[in-house]
Design a protein around this ligand. Structure first.
Ligand code: SF4
Ligand code: SF4
Length: 106
């Protein structure tokens, strides 16, 4: 399923942290680190609400494949892959904006 634009924080706020999604996530299964699974990425989204994001957290979000396997596993029905995809898009825009020369800023 193609990702759609959602409110990442709203989706992340519905999580009950059961962890069912981790066992279908290819990146979590590859590295076995919570930050590289859906649950960890939702936590990162909530933790970065104020714009603070460490390079490690940035990498953890960026390595999501947006495959959608986690969406099927979530008993709450959270649109996890779209939340991560939207958060990644917002981050990319923020980074691109930060790199624009001052003369190009509106
Ligand atoms: S969409 Fe991202 S978080 Fe969800 S299963 Fe795929 S790689 Fe993991
Ligand atoms: S399966 Fe859903 S409710 Fe459970 S940890 Fe994953 S995202 Fe949260």
């Amino acid at each position: 399923m193609r990702p759609i634009r959602v409110d990442p924080e709203e989706e992340a706020g519905k999580c009950v942290w059961c962890g069912f999604c981790e066992f279908v996530c290819p990146t979590y299964l590859a590295v076995r680190e919570r930050a590289y699974g859906p649950r960890g990425r939702l936590r990162i989204i909530l933790a970065s609400r104020n714009g603070n994001l460490t390079p490690a957290a940035f990498r953890a979000l960026g390595t999501c494949l947006v495959c959608g396997a986690c969406d099927e596993a979530c008993p709450v029905g959270i649109n996890i892959s779209s939340a991560i995809w939207t958060a990644k898009a917002k981050l990319a825009m923020r980074v691109r904006g930060a790199r624009r020369p001052r003369s190009e800023l509106p």
